[in-house]
Write a protein that binds this ligand. Structure first.
Ligand SMILES: [Zn+2]
Length: 501
């Protein structure tokens, strides 16, 4: 098959996503007060409501409605004041009342959008002429959101001895109703995505946003956030829609990207050979790096949707919506931009810290203690803390200040943090006690430089031949020779002096 970038020069991909997010941070289910905990022994968090026993009446979870409204506000949706729950009928053991409670034509949240900033290599997937690209090749892709509606999750079925997802005569099926009735929100995009990279970025941004709202643990791996992708292709320059296929099992950002990329290339191959794309649901197999047919859709499903007579329609008050608005925190992308503008962080560091609420909290606490060393705090948080167990914001602030003042080297900072990890020790005391000051003794450093140059004649020759980058390597060798105590800037200066003579 041809490469994606090549295919996308002739064909335009039309991609839409459906994202299901379980509101796992809620204590109780959507219409009853059963606990949400999928890991409990099977069928222990159940009651007449979520088991669908006749006569049991549902009571909506106010908190879940707050969460979906917050999700809508954070994705620029219009909050629909009047909406209601519908019954979607189907017969399958995972929903014993034989219908799923969901929303009809009007959902709580309608017509939103998220803007994606596409940069770097991923931006190259989209041919230059088809997007308003900046000088560095980056561009902004506005993605419309059709709706976000509320529904309930089904029970979990395990098929023993048969093939996954299918009941065969040889198999036995087990049902765990613990998950049944867990509040889910389903977000549907308009078919505005044009490359697999855009789809991946959309999903990442959505996940960051929902994490910041605290409405779900957003785990793609465990399935609390699940994504289906619809994709069709059309000749560049045309505007009609081709036949689309639906992709399942996209349980990582990589799978989402790779499955869409595969599918776009597959459809192009079919069409270029004079064939026709069939409307079908396909399953991504990461190990074989291809999609396989799951089922062929012949007719539209008839769910006999109608308003649920057991649930009164909603009329959300202005006060309620305002309460939800007040609970929406600063969102990750806004936070990233603020870190860059106000604290001078690099885009990469700002993005990494702002993207995780716990890390952002920690970082801001440390910056409050060391306001002048903010970018050094970011450096420590991003590069050193992942290897530590329990370093405090106070310790992080101290280390950042020592580094910013060039009192210690990065290697020493690592060592000190390792010693302070899990204790309440002030890193300054450890530095003083161990005499771990950075060496700025020019004579001692010059001696190290001479030794290193003597050991590395090849690199010296490369430098003189014009490869200036080799200095970085030599500084590294000097740092190593000084066991991390030498001042790297001084090493750099001394090396340049020696090499230029
Ligand atoms: Zn229940």
């Amino acid at each position: 098959m041809r490469r994606l970038q090549e295919v996308l020069r002739d064909w335009e991909a039309v991609i839409g996503l459906e994202v299901h997010t379980e509101l796992t941070t809620l204590q109780t289910k959507m219409f009853c007060d059963c606990r949400i905990c999928h890991d409990d022994p099977p069928n222990t968090n159940v009651c007449p409501v979520c088991l669908g026993l006749p006569g049991a009446l549902p009571v909506p979870n106010r908190r879940a409605i707050e969460y979906i409204v917050m999700a809508g506000l954070a994705t620029n949706c219009h909050i629909q004041r009047h909406s209601s729950f519908y019954r979607k009928h189907y017969f399958y053991p995972d929903m014993s009342k034989n219908y799923q409670t969901t929303q009809g034509p009007v959902a709580f949240c309608m017509h939103g959008h998220l803007d994606l900033e596409v940069r770097g290599q991923g931006a190259q997937e989209r041919p230059d002429a088809t997007a308003d690209k900046n000088e560095d090749g980056s561009y902004v892709a506005p993605i419309r959101i059709l709706r976000i509606h509320m529904e309930e999750d089904a029970a979990k079925m395990v098929h023993v001895g048969g093939s996954e997802g299918r009941i065969t005569s040889a198999s036995e099926s087990l049902i765990d109703y613990n998950r049944c009735g867990t509040p889910l929100i389903e977000l549907v995009t308009e078919p505005d995505l044009r490359t697999p990279e855009e789809a991946r970025l959309f999903m990442e941004k959505l996940r960051r946003t929902f994490m910041a709202l605290g409405i779900s643990d957003c785990s793609l791996e465990s399935g609390s956030m699940r994504c289906d992708g619809n994709v069709s292709i059309r000749r560049r320059g045309t505007t009609g829609f081709g036949v689309k296929t639906e992709m399942k099992n996209l349980n990582s950002f990589k799978s989402l990207h790779d499955a869409l990329a595969y599918e776009i290339c597959r459809q192009a191959e079919v069409l270029e050979a004079g064939g026709a794309v069939r409307q079908e649901t396909r399953h991504w197999e990461p190990s074989r790096r291809r999609t396989m047919v799951m089922r062929v859709k012949e007719t539209a499903d008839d769910y006999r949707m109608y308003p649920d007579p057991d649930l009164a329609p909603f009329d959300l008050s202005d006060e309620f919506v305002q309460q939800c608005r007040d609970r929406v925190p600063e969102l990750p992308d806004a936070r990233r931009d603020r870190y860059m503008a106000e604290l001078g962080l690099s885009r990469k560091a700002a993005e990494q810290i702002a993207g995780d609420p716990a890390t952002a909290r920690f970082f801001e606490q440390a910056v409050r203690l060391a306001p002048r060393a903010a970018s050094m705090v970011a450096n420590v948080v991003v590069n050193m803390l992942p290897a530590m167990q329990a370093v405090t914001p106070e310790q992080t602030a101290s280390i950042a200040e020592l580094l910013a003042a060039e009192a210690i080297t990065f290697a020493q900072a690592r060592e000190v943090l390792g010693l302070a990890d899990g204790t309440n020790e002030d890193p300054r005391r450890i530095v003083d006690e161990r005499g771990l000051r950075q060496s700025t003794d020019a004579d001692a450093l010059a001696k190290t430089v001479d030794e290193v140059l003597e050991r590395c004649p090849d690199q010296v020759r490369q430098y003189r031949d014009g490869n200036k980058k080799v200095v970085g390597f030599l500084v590294g060798q000097c740092m190593k020779a000084s066991r991390g105590t030498g001042n790297p800037k001084l090493f750099n200066q001394l090396l340049l002096k020696r090499l230029s003579t």
